[in-house]
Design a protein around this ligand. Structure first.
Ligand code: ADP
Ligand code: MG
Length: 702
């Protein structure tokens, strides 16, 4: 191909000849501006010619034996077929008014029916004579074998040439750029680009160079390993993933280095201070708590700004460590803020803190959004004067009206519920306060590294003594009576119970959720007519919610029916059983967090999940109570984006790298980044890094 060779990866895609204005515009709209963007848009699948099944050789084994029925489609390996459409018809079913498109595919050796449901437009876009590549699991229909709703790619005449190679890369269509066109454009780009080598030797020594890797990924050679290609584990994939992860790791290390240069307020310590702090403690610290606090003291006395993540399993006693840190600041003349996501939690933390503080409780101030005007005014005045040394509050703390006299430490509980801007706002309120962020759920190491890699970490890997393991049960909806029986027994012993009811239809949170929980309330009032019961859900006003929760906390209500609003931190030691309906609607970490609401007192506790599906996944909770293991499993099953259950969790978006699959590589990149920084980056590396950072939108934490 002609044109200027040796283009850098940052050259604009418009230099390519295969791109007219329409195609270029479509790419731009998809965020593809440079050759780098283009070439990192990898095929979503590689079809191996060798894996095509001739239609005459389709296997009916397993369908004709074994009970006559056909098993669940997912259980079958998908097959890939290629043929010509010889017939296409569409009909509506009479019973369920479904539109069925039936396509007959032939390849000279045999034929196969493809069925599509409720996709009427297919009758227009496909026609007899088209060549179709289709894949999916085989099913047995009334008229024989068939593919139901398979994935497919259509070929035009010109596309036939694609099959001269063993592997056919398939790309997602972008506007007018079909898979085939994208492949062509990628080929042109590959013939003209000359990517620079950025990776340090230690990361690249077993990997192909950048151009070789990109060639491999866009046009796999005959001897490529199809399994490695499919899994994203080929050396070429690893090279591109390493580039992304190394850039990312450099960004994290740089930010950390920048912070370490900021001068932080020294919080002095002394034997007297230690003595006073010890006097506040209601019980001896666990070894893990002592270790974590020691690390925090190290930060606070270091003269640098602390940014530390405190991780620990549910119930490991993070609050007490947070309290000690706040007390250290308060006892030396400064102010500390304890930021929490909900009013219920704010009140509860305030209660714990004033219990620890005893006679010093007057130095504590709560600030909530729902406060009456006069009450709020008084609170603001106490914060501004410094009279309040311990300030516990919700988002209300970010308001402009809030001014501290001398804010030196901010503790953020459930950090992922707060945005970057909000934490920044808090920073504005103090010179440059120390930050201690806490996560309610254990975060798997790879995710913690990528989200909080620039923070120091302390891990509470030990539970306070005397905890009884929580007995976890999984019951089928047909046997829900067993769950209620457990609740009945605990109530008879004078204990309290939670019942959690999620919305059945997650697409319509508001109304449906209300209806579901009302149905649950009615059911429970029927089963337990004489038991005082409260219902809480996210649509209640804050003060009503708090009032209802408090009745349960004080023990006036024995049963609490709730949506997941109780997920966070609620501490009622007398509650010994929790029933979760439709447990399959929750992530494993979320369930583990819910489970942590029981087992907080001296009595044996029970956690009962009612569910008729996904029992294999849910059984992990029956098998282990180790939050870190559960979190890792959850991450593997749901992916980083869903892990926190919130969209704006700040998880970086990689194009090739995968935080679960490539977690070892990430760790190696972290170490390599530290060394590269120590040795000094080249100018070219710095320029490259800057561009990558913008693209990755580095998660800003603390
Ligand atoms: P989490 O880490 O989930 O936020 P909490 O801070 O709510 O856990 O602590 C859970 C429970 O353990 C609380 O009831 C708390 O009083 C208790 N606790 C914390 N530390 C200790 C300790 N060192 N010894 C005994 N109990 C403790
Ligand atoms: Mg907590």
């Amino acid at each position: 191909m002609s044109g200027f060779p040796n283009l850098p990866l940052i050259a604009k895609v418009t230099v390519l000849r295969g791109l007219g204005p329409a195609r270029a515009a479509a790419l731009q709209e998809a965020g593809i501006e440079t050759l780098r963007d283009l070439l990192l848009g990898l095929p979503y699948r590689y079809v191996d010619r060798g894996e095509l099944t001739p239609l005459g050789k389709l296997d009916t084994w397993g369908f004709e034996h074994g009970g006559g029925g056909f098993g669940p489609a997912e259980a079958r390996e998908p097959i890939t077929v290629l043929g010509t459409i010889t017939d296409l018809r569409q009909a509506a079913t009479r019973v369920r008014r479904m539109m069925i498109t039936e396509v007959l595919l032939e390849d000279g050796s045999g034929s196969l029916r493809l069925l599509f449901f409720n996709q009427p437009w297919l009758a227009k876009s496909l026609k007899a004579g088209d060549r179709l590549l289709a894949w999916g699991p085989l099913s047995m229909g009334r008229a024989g074998l068939e593919l139901r709703s398979p994935a497919f790619e259509r070929f035009s005449k010109e596309d036939e040439g694609a099959w001269i190679k063993r592997f056919l890369p398939l790309y997602r269509r972008i506007g007018p750029l079909s898979s085939r066109v994208r492949a062509q454009v990628a080929q042109e780009a590959l013939s003209r680009v000359d990517p620079e080598e950025w990776l340090p030797l230690e990361l690249r020594k077993e990997l192909p160079g950048p151009l070789e890797a990109l060639r491999h990924l866009h046009q796999p050679p005959e001897d490529a390993d199809p399994q490695a290609l499919a899994a994203g584990l080929s050396p070429a994939h690893q090279r591109m993933a390493a580039e992304e992860l190394f850039a990312f790791a450099l960004g994290i290390s740089l930010r950390r280095a920048g912070r370490l240069q900021r001068r932080g307020r020294v919080v002095p310590t002394s034997p007297e201070l230690r003595e006073r702090l010890r006097a506040y403690l209601p019980f001896p610290l666990t070894g893990a708590q002592r270790r974590a606090f020691k690390e925090i003291v190290g930060d606070l006395t270091s003269g640098r700004v602390m940014h530390r993540l405190l991780q620990g399993d549910v119930g490991s006693g993070k609050t007490l460590v947070a309290f000690l840190s706040l007390a250290m600041v308060a006892e030396t003349g400064g102010q500390g803020a304890f930021l929490v996501p909900t009013e219920v939690l704010a009140r509860q933390h305030a209660q714990s803190l004033s219990r620890y503080l005893g006679g010093e409780g007057g130095r504590l101030q709560v600030l909530l959004g729902g406060m009456k005007a006069a009450e709020k005014r008084a609170a603001l005045a106490r914060i501004a004067s410094g009279e309040a040394a311990y300030v516990v509050g919700t988002h209300a703390l970010f308001q402009e009206a809030v001014a501290f006299q001398d804010l030196r430490l901010a503790v953020v509980d459930e950090q992922h519920r707060f945005g970057v801007k909000q934490r920044e706002a808090l920073k504005e309120k103090g010179g440059d306060p120390h930050f201690l962020v806490m996560s309610a759920t254990p975060i798997p190491r790879s995710l913690a590294l990528s989200l909080f890699g620039d923070l120091e970490q302390s891990v509470l890997d030990e539970l306070p003594p005397g905890r009884q393991p929580i007995k976890t049960h999984l019951v089928d909806p047909d046997h829900a009576e067993r769950a209620w029986e457990r609740v009945r027994r605990e109530l008879a012993e004078g204990r309290q119970a939670y019942v959690v009811s999620p919305s059945i239809d997650p697409t319509d949170e508001g109304k449906v959720q209300l209806r579901d929980i009302q149905a649950m309330e009615a059911l429970l009032r029927g089963i337990f007519p004489d038991t005082p019961l409260e219902v809480v859900h996210g649509r209640l006003k804050a003060d009503e919610m708090t009032a209802r929760m408090q009745r349960f906390v004080r023990g006036e209500a024995k049963l609490l029916v709730a949506t997941t609003v109780i997920e966070v931190g609620v501490d009622v030691p007398n509650a010994t059983v929790m029933v979760v309906d439709h447990a399959e609607r929750f992530g494993l970490s979320q369930l583990h967090q819910l489970r942590g609401r029981v087992g907080r007192g001296a009595h044996a506790s029970h956690f009962v999940m009612i569910s008729g599906s996904e029992t294999e996944r849910l059984r992990i909770l029956v098998q282990t109570q180790d939050g870190f293991r559960i979190a890792q499993k959850d991450l593997e099953l749901r992916g980083p984006g869903e892990f926190f259950g919130t969209r704006q969790s700040g998880v970086p978006q990689f194009q090739v790298a995968d935080l679960v699959r490539d977690r070892r590589l990430l760790e190696r990149c972290r170490e390599a980044a530290e060394r590269a920084l120590a040795a000094g980056l080249t100018e070219a590396q710095q320029a490259w890094l800057q561009r990558e950072q913008v693209r990755l939108k580095l998660a800003e934490v603390g």
